[in-house]
Design a protein around this ligand. Structure first.
Ligand code: FEO
Length: 167
């Protein structure tokens, strides 16, 4: 049975994963309207992954006798002024997600809930990957600057990274 503090911490994390999915969906839509097809495919996929992160938590909370709350979500930004802004926002967002996951792990240790602490390790590893990927993308974009040819190639390459671009 989940302790109430842990249930609350996990429900907060559910909300954050849902917000991530919503934010990346808004980014995908913005990129799509500006002709960045590869970037939008990557972001649509990333949005789907965040929904999967959320669902995994929902199932876990309910399986352990808690009640996963499906949260209300705020409207994410409608437009971003540049591809660089999108990925800078994404990196900053992922850093805040990592902090939040570390806090959940802290709570688990304080409450001696080693089952949830063990479950959360998947998220700890996932964050290393996600932050690493976002930093690599930012490094590339910083190198490209405002070079249109560079941005064209960036968009093509990142589209190839999205394994199942959505039509
Ligand atoms: Fe679910 Fe990108 O953290």
């Amino acid at each position: 049975m989940l302790n109430k503090n842990i249930e609350t911490a996990l429900n907060n994390q559910i909300k954050l994963e849902a917000e991530s999915s919503q934010l990346y969906l808004a980014m995908a839509s913005c990129a799509e309207t500006r002709g960045f097809g590869g970037t939008s495919a990557f972001l649509y996929q990333h949005s789907d992954e965040e929904r999967m992160h959320m669902l995994k938590l929902v199932k876990f909370v309910n399986e352990r006798g808690g009640h996963a709350i499906v949260p209300a979500l705020a409207q994410p930004p409608v437009s971003f002024d540049a591809i660089q802004t999108i990925f800078k926002t994404l990196l900053e967002h992922e850093i805040s997600v990592t902090e939040s996951i570390n806090n959940v792990v802290d709570d688990c240790l304080n409450e001696k809930d080693y089952t949830t602490q063990n479950f959360m390790q998947w998220y700890v590893s996932e964050q290393i990957e996600e932050e690493g990927l976002a930093r690599t993308i930012m490094d590339k974009l910083n190198m490209i600057g405002n070079d249109k040819g560079g941005l064209y190639l960036f968009d093509r390459d990142i589209g190839n990274q999205a394994s199942a671009p959505l039509a």
